[in-house]
Ligand binder design. Structure first.
Ligand SMILES: [Zn+2]
Ligand SMILES: [Zn+2]
Ligand SMILES: [Zn+2]
Length: 254
């Protein structure tokens, strides 16, 4: 199985427009981050997690020629606003959790527009299933309340095979289904900013707590905003264990 980070930035990407901070003016290509998206390749099937504003560019940049499944974590612009691109793929299955699907259908007018453009798209609630020997499941998360104090549902994803197990947790400040997270090889976690904030992100501080609680063999941070300079994060997190910031284009073969 291959994992590729197509984007590791926060909701505004890095560099951020009109910002002169050290991350935004850095020459280190690891500080150039598109909106968060991840690609898994299992037995010739391509699974995309999230499709925000940059997804068209990401699919072209990384020469991704087909998608079999697209998983959505939640209905925020940096994760869902590139959905139109999925209408260009035949027979793609779009999956998410029940509460995220409810929000998606409400926001996108029942998805009629995308079905009109491409009737072969299938949109449904993910039930645990397998590709080859890799089992795929959801992990319920708590994200934020938006400006009208409505809860935004968010889901993580869990991948387990006899050889390797990992979870993808983006945009959360708490985890509901904690029992699913013990003894994993890898947790990919939100690292939006240095501290846990009231905006629905555990950030680096919270990710380290998650690492200490669930003790994965490795943790990689994603959804990093411009306050988190790559080299500084790398230097800081390694003192807590096998934790490091991911970066755009990072590929792991497992
Ligand atoms: Zn986000
Ligand atoms: Zn900046
Ligand atoms: Zn979000």
């Amino acid at each position: 199985m291959k994992i590729k980070f197509l984007g590791t930035g926060g909701c505004l990407g890095t560099p951020q427009w009109n910002c002169n901070c050290k991350t935004c003016t850095s020459d280190n290509p690891k500080n150039f981050r598109l909106r968060p998206a991840l690609l898994f390749e299992i037995d010739d099937k391509n699974i995309l997690i999230d499709f925000g504003q940059d997804i068209r560019y990401q699919l072209i940049k990384y020469h991704i020629k087909k998608l079999d499944y697209a998983f959505l974590t939640h209905v925020h612009r940096d994760h869902q606003n590139g959905m139109e691109q999925l209408s260009l793929q035949e027979n793609i299955k779009l999956w998410t959790s029940e509460d995220v699907l409810e929000e998606l259908l409400a926001k996108e007018n029942g998805m009629l527009w995308i079905k009109t453009r491409n009737p072969s798209i299938d949109i449904d609630v993910l039930k645990p299933f397998s590709i080859g020997d890799v089992k795929i499941d959801l992990i319920k998360l708590i994200h934020q309340k938006d400006y009208i104090k409505k809860r935004v549902a968010c889901t993580g994803y869990l991948f387990k095979s006899a050889k390797f197990s990992f979870a993808y947790l983006s945009d959360y400040n708490d985890i509901i289904e904690k029992e699913k997270l013990y003894n994993l090889d890898l947790i990919i976690s939100d690292g939006n900013n240095w501290k846990t904030t009231g905006t629905g992100h555990v950030g680096i501080e919270g990710a380290i707590k998650v690492y200490n609680e669930f003790k994965p063999k490795q943790m990689l941070l994603t959804h990093l905003n411009h306050t988190t300079e790559h080299t500084e994060v790398e230097k800081y997190t390694k003192q807590f264990g096998n934790i490091a910031p991911a970066y755009d284009g990072l590929e792991i073969e497992i």
